[in-house]
Design a binder for this molecule. Structure first.
Ligand SMILES: Nc1ncnc2c1ncn2[C@@H]1O[C@H](COP(=O)(O)OP(=O)(O)OP(=O)(O)O)[C@@H](O)[C@H]1O
Length: 346
């Protein structure tokens, strides 16, 4: 449904997006995830048709909509856009906002489609209200319903939850995912919040410095990051030094570790990614670590632990919160890795 091949976008001669490749099949929910300034919004704007591209091609439904020499009009793209600030019409009711893009339909068809979307977004009781009387979450649902009303082939959402408070975001993200799947619309959203990306997206493109570093499912990004940037950016974790001892064994400050499956061509010495769930609290272990920081998370505590006498390396450890240790205390830990993620030593 959406195909982006080797796309480069420049603004005032500065390369903002460099050789971007991305594919979304029909019904996929994709996400552009990355730190502020990495070029997410610029790419989304180019797909929507607000910006030209300098090389490559963007196709929607196999039609070329952007190349270096062709720039299809926004209306020709059949792309819906949901903006960060919702951009609702203040003088129109909820129902009128949703029906705004349906001028081509007959009155009855239009009314049916509006009613269908009011039900889908659970806004029936608010149909005759004006946007300023609604909560942020409700306004966002109106914005999504309005964008979905004309049945666009592709829906683009620019930081759709950023104006909402954090508790509401996750619930709304789940609701929106359900709505998008129900409408079977292909969607691409921009966010810098990975929880949001994990909740809503089938496929996440992690961006840095104008490029896509890796495009994969949330699970693959977390467990099989292909670059050091993705390993750092997605989830939590620390790198510790490791040495490849023999076909089955690695050596780290936490002793020898027998590897479930040794990667081919692994370096002799390398940096090993250790996630908080790879470190187990184990009073029987002969390796102990010192608590240098702790974050209480209700059911769990996330400890930052310093290793060895010199405290040069650190790992994170997520334990049930009845293991309550203070900063400066020691406790026994052991390493339990499912995936060996390694990079050359920095
Ligand atoms: N109109 C413009 N003129 C000049 N530079 C621009 C313009 N628009 C964007 N940029 C630059 O392009 C880069 C990428 O911006 P963009 O808004 O795409 O990033 P982003 O990843 O969406 O960031 P954020 O998460 O903060 O919105 C930034 O360095 C920005 O300064």
């Amino acid at each position: 449904m959406l195909l982006i091949q080797d796309v480069t976008i420049k603004i005032a001669d500065k390369v903002i997006n460099d050789t971007i490749n991305l594919h979304l099949a029909s019904g996929d929910i994709g996400c552009l995830l990355g730190p502020s300034g990495c070029g997410k919004t610029t790419l989304l704007r180019a797909i929507a048709g607000f910006l030209p591209i300098q090389s490559g091609v963007i196709k929607v439904r196999q039609q070329e909509v952007s190349t270096a020499t062709r720039h299809a009009d926004i209306t020709e793209r059949k792309v819906g856009v949901v903006f960060q600030d919702f951009a609702l019409f203040p003088h129109l009711t909820v129902a009128q906002n949703i029906g705004f893009g349906l001028h081509e339909l007959k009155a009855l068809e239009r009314e049916n489609r509006v009613n269908e979307l009011l039900a889908l977004t659970q806004l029936e009781e608010h149909a005759d209200k004006y946007p300023h009387t609604l909560s942020g979450g409700q306004q966002q649902r109106v914005a999504i319903a309005r964008a979905l009303a004309p049945k666009p082939d592709l829906l683009l959402l620019d930081e759709p939850f950023s104006a909402l408070d954090p508790e509401l975001r996750e619930t709304l993200a789940k609701d929106i995912k359900w709505i998008l799947k129900h409408e079977n619309v292909t969607a691409l959203l921009v966010t810098h919040d990975q929880t949001e990306a994990f909740t809503i997206a089938d496929k996440i493109a992690v961006m840095s410095n104008g490029k896509i570093e890796q495009c994969a499912s949330a699970y693959a990004l977390y467990h099989e990051p292909e670059t050091r940037f993705v390993a750092d950016f997605i989830g939590e974790g620390r790198f510790i030094r490791a040495t490849h001892v023999d076909a089955k064994t690695l050596l780290t400050q936490l002793g020898p570790f027998v590897v479930p499956e040794m990667p081919e061509n692994i370096y002799k010495e390398f940096s090993l990614l250790v996630r908080p769930d790879d470190i187990l609290h184990d009073d029987a272990s002969r390796f102990s670590a010192t608590v240098v920081d702790r974050a209480f998370r209700g059911s769990h505590i996330l400890y930052t632990l310093a290793l060895g006498d010199e405290h040069k390396e650190q790992v994170l450890c997520l334990t049930p919160s009845h293991h309550d240790h203070q900063i400066g205390e020691h406790f026994g830990i052991c390493l339990e890795l499912e995936h060996i993620i390694y990079f050359p030593n920095a």
